[in-house]
Design a binder for this molecule. Sequence first.
Ligand SMILES: [Zn+2]
Length: 304
Amino acid sequence: MERLKDVVESLNKEFSVESFGKDPAFSRFIPEVYQHEPDWKSFFEPMFTQFYNGLMIKGEATIRNVFLAVFPTTHVLEKFIHKSEPGDLLFMHHPLVMECGDPLGKWGRGFVPIEHHFLHQIAEKGLSIYTCHAPLDYHPTLSTSLAIAEQLGLENREGFIHDDKHGNLGIIGNCQSTNTELLIAKLKAIFNTPYVDFEGCHQSDIKKIAVVAGCGDKVKWMKEVEERGVDAYVTGEIHCHIDNEYGRMRYQEMKNYVKTTSMSLIGVSHSASEYLVKETLMSEWFRSHFDVNLVMIPQEKWWL
Ligand SMILES: [Zn+2]
């Protein structure tokens, strides 16, 4: 058992929540998705509505179980509410579901808010939620991309997508020589995904890989790593499949670019690419800092 206060203080310190400043993505998207609800801020802790990272919903003072998930999907929230005891904590990467679309199915709706009845059930049961987005993506030893680089055994690592204040979002590294088919099989096993999204060329000798968790569907980033000798680019999304004008514009931009690259571009899904760190680096962090039982909540479906 641990005190919620101690766990929150420790997480805030590890991720420098205050000094990081407002989360660049969710400080825009949370007010946007809740814009038709004038009192939306009352659902969340005051500090959360300032930084958009940290303790989002505060429950009872003592934690027995910490649940780890990536997005607040219906399945994830039902599992958390059903399996938890009062005071338990849910740690996630996103405070909103991000539907990026399924490359073999329906296109997504983008950011989706948490339904009211879940917010009420969470409050009634005295449960807590803590989310950490950009500070986790940029963290030097716990990042979403680092979790992928470690599972792929990348060596001689260098950063890319650099931010002067926060560091690097992506990682480039050398792997043992492989080919596209073997790399895809390995990624399907690591991420437990039924299929990947693929563009670009099949490579018979892959020695250098770039990884970036989440939405890696940026032509600029792909061009940069290809110039740096990368053979394969691994990310959550290689295409934006959001069902609106923005999504279709981004999809077309990528379709035009992929004809020109000789890299293998592989997407494992936004949510799976960001869930891995919960299974590995974040689980180790909770185990080494606190006496709590850890419960993983993988998603029912990774391609949303
Ligand atoms: Zn994400």
